[in-house]
Design a protein around this ligand. Structure first.
Ligand code: SF4
Length: 326
């Protein structure tokens, strides 16, 4: 069921997820008329709005409209709009006095495959300075075996600082997507682009998510009609691999799926393996925290598994079945 709309205020809206904004050469703003129309549309359909800001100063007439109704704001650190979630890159963490005075914001930390080799240091810098961190790995499409191994090692090196983050908490837990989401999810909790949300772009059209607009994909409609071709392919039910998986925190990114496998509902091996490295890190940390803080005894343990990619499990089962049948 559609729950919210991401509204890109300009072609240069900051990326908050796996995609890069390759539209940087263009600089079209949403018009006040379009903004008015999408706000009315969301009010009529009872949908929330996430505004995605560019780095440039937003024209006053747009800001005035934005502030008239409830919304969330996603913006990079430089933009002074009192954002609900702030998008950071690792170099932002070096400057920091900002973090110390940021009133514990929701942070979206986008880390590329070179920067990931220093992830434990980035996480150490963030401990106790946020209410929620969403770690987003970029250029997953270029991850090699070596990069996947580097990510695993960085998460292992981060365990101590993550342990320190949680060991003395008394009630509400700070959220770190790749760690704490799994502790509470009992079913898939994915991005759900194309199901829970669409994106409205400055051209007045809807897209599955910002990535599809920025990479020049066809729109799925406009304010008069939305038509998602093969919409069933976005649901978990039609995702044979994901529906057998319990890495419930995985974003199940349909953009990366399509980019890497040409199927909306089939993830690449890189995506599955990275999600399973996170799953194992989350599992081990939970076990350790259960010994240190009684609060964690209430959380159900995460099962030990013997595969790093659900495809391995399926192939192993098929092999066993064939052997038994011979
Ligand atoms: S499909 Fe979802 S997870 Fe993937 S890039 Fe788009 S918003 Fe991000």
């Amino acid at each position: 069921m559609l729950k919210y709309i991401n509204v890109l205020l300009a072609d240069t809206a900051v990326s908050f997820c796996h995609y890069e904004n390759t539209n940087a050469g263009r600089n079209k703003w949403i018009t006040t008329e379009l903004l008015n129309n999408i706000i009315r549309y969301c009010q009529t359909q009872k949908l929330s709005i996430n505004y995605i800001f560019p780095k440039d100063t937003v024209p006053a007439e747009l800001l005035e409209l934005i502030e008239k109704t409830g919304h969330f704001k996603i913006a990079s650190r430089e933009v002074s709009v009192n954002a609900t979630a702030v998008v950071l890159k690792p170099s932002d963490l070096e400057k920091l006095n900002w973090l110390d005075t940021s009133n514990k914001k929701i942070i979206i930390l986008r880390v590329n495959k070179t920067e990931v080799k220093n992830l434990h240091k980035l996480l150490e810098r963030l401990v106790n300075k946020f209410v929620k961190i969403t770690l987003v790995l970029t250029d997953i499409e270029f991850y090699t075996e070596e990069d996947i191994e580097a990510y695993k090692q960085e998460l292992e090196k981060s365990e101590e600082c993550l342990f320190q983050q949680y060991k003395d908490v008394k009630d509400s837990l700070p959220e770190i997507n790749f760690i704490s989401d799994l502790w509470f999810a009992r079913q898939m909790n994915n991005c759900n682009a194309g199901i829970d949300h669409y994106t409205f772009a400055p051209d007045g059209k809807f897209y599955i998510c910002p990535a599809f607009y920025h990479n020049g994909s066809k729109s799925i409609g406009d304010l008069s009609e939305i038509q998602v071709k093969n919409s069933h392919l976005f649901s978990l039910e039609f995702a044979p691999l994901c529906s057998r998986c319990d890495a419930f925190h995985c974003k199940r990114c349909v953009y990366l799926n399509h980019l890497l496998t040409e199927e909306f509902n089939t993830p690449s091996s890189q995506q599955c393996r990275l999600a399973h490295i996170e799953r194992e890190c989350s599992r081990q940390l939970l076990e350790r925290l259960k010994q240190a803080n009684p609060l964690f005894l209430q959380i159900l343990p995460i099962k030990i598994i013997n595969y790093n990619d659900p495809m391995e499990k399926i192939l192993r089962n098929e092999y066993e079945n064939t052997r038994r049948a011979l």
